[in-house]
Write a new protein. Sequence first.
Lengths: 464, 227
Amino acid sequence: MSSVRPNSTLGRILRSASFRLTLFYAALFIASAGALFATVYVTATAAMQNDMAAVLRSEAFQLAEVHSRIGLSGLAQQIARRMNFRSRGPIFYLLQAPNGRVVVGNLPGMPPVNGVVDFVPKPDTPAPDADAENTKLTGFGLTLPDGSFLLVAQDAARLTDMQHAIVRAFAWAGGLTLLLAIAGGAVLANSFLRRIDAITRTNRAIMEGDLSARIPVRGTQDEIDQLIASLNAMLGRIQQLMDGLRQVSSDIAHDLRTPLGRLRQHLEDARERAKTTADYDAATEAAIEEADELLETFSALLRIAQVEAGAQKSAFAELDLSALARSIGEAYQPAAEDSDHALDIKIEESVSFTGDRQLLAQMISNLVENALRHTPAGSTVSLALNRRAAGFTIEVSDNGPGIPEAERGKVFDRFYRLDRSRSTAGSGLGLALVKAIAGLHGLTIELVDRRPGLGVVVTGTLAR
Amino acid sequence: MTDVKILLVEDDKQTSNYIAKGLREHGHVVDQADNGRDGLYLATGEKYDVMVVDRMLPSMDGLSLVKAARTSNVRTPVLFLTTMGGIDDRVAGFDAGGDDYLVKPFAFAELLARVGALARRPPIVATTSLSVGDLEMDLLARTVTRAGKRIELLAQEFKILEYLLRHAGEVVTRTMLLEKVWDFHFDPKTNIVETHISRLRSKIEKGFGRPLLHTVRGAGYVIRSPE
């Protein structure tokens, strides 16, 4: 910003890009108008001069013909007649005898010249019209065969009048154009600046922390509106990501404080109260367990982030989903029995799917584990894989207490745990990972009320 | 399990010394390198039984080191150490010529068991039967007998027992079983391995007297003959 020029609206308009562009175009227009003017001026002048010369020449040759027919005195009479009868504008005549004496005419005598001549008649000579004094004349001189001299002349005012008219027309048009250009440029620049200002204001607001600020759209669907719309969309996406990030960091801070606190407790216990090696062993064992749980949480978070980033598709391959689901079901069978759950496995054979075997295994395992962990002893959990017309469904359902309607949307969020589950072990990341894995594989996932109990249904389209 | 010569390539001094100290305490000989170039120099110049290689190393990363060593005809088994969370890391490690991998941070017992398993990898000979004490497994008929008596095992129990028998006398960790038997490369919250082991144990030991399958606290399981 220049310190000399105040930051006034006018100053900003003058410095704005659109105003400068307008000025540039105005200058370009004036330059081209100037070229046009020069061309018109020169051609029109030349054409008019030619025209005048042609008229004078033809008049002169007509009179020369009269002279050859009826002699000098006859010509003098003819000229005298023509001087009184003007049909083609004021024409001046001069007929000089070979000795230089003026025979007839309304022009002063002069030395003979042949051809076109421009001259100003001496002021003391009688002029045909009062206003014709001092005017520039264009004449055509002709020396006749007997030595006498004939001059036919015309007032050059027609030419200069036309030239002046051209100059005036161009001056007006040029001036008006320049004026309009400046005014138009100023208006354009001002409206442009106002819209740019709106963008700058929003930008500042966002930098000052108001992430929800958006640039107003004018609704004209012009290119600035389109730019603003896409900027707003970008801001929306950034805000969404920032919110997600903020949520995750506060979740991490909140959910890791508890195990870290317990870890500290165990270590403190070892230092303050341990008397025997067995006491130390127990305390360190407990501390290691807490540390492992923390690491597991971190690992799960990283895994979710990686899966969500979609960076895992390299391990995609065609796999036998039926075999995978069955082996997972069988893996959990003894654990389910030990916790007094019935695990019901209903797998339809030879369903194949293209995906990451590890991630799909983890997805199904998490669903089974989740059902086993959050249902009371004596419940039945079922794992089913069914072929559907266009694909398959994997359903893990139970006849446990279910999830309140209001909380169902949140169970797939990171660290979300139902209030009644707060006391049980688990990071609250299992279902968030399930959701991320399903998303990576293009599977849809929904919670279904199984009255009593709950079902999680994962639906996929078979690769063809 | 002594006299295993190990090359450890790890740039973090504290981690490297911790691992080396632990391995030496278990009777192993350890050479340490703290960057990829030195690691490759040692790997191609000396004869090792096992190499433990960190994935992220200065001057030359672990993958390139192992790739280069493999092209120089070094056939030493490699255990990769990877950072947590990376799933593709495992695949990339195997592609580069690694034999096993371990995610950092890890329990030392896990590393020890895996180094042991790699160092003593049995030659790939087609065996049709495995045995420990009076327990016999017929790999073709897929049957198990103890003292001549037929024992009925479920498919997954059979796989667990087969892996334990192939590594008889060595500690097999919970994670190793998850990977080898179920191909699970994540840590389930449920004690899948423990429950299967307890069922397997009751099938092969109940009514047969001397125990074969032992739990090694804080490490894993080992199957060995009672003698």
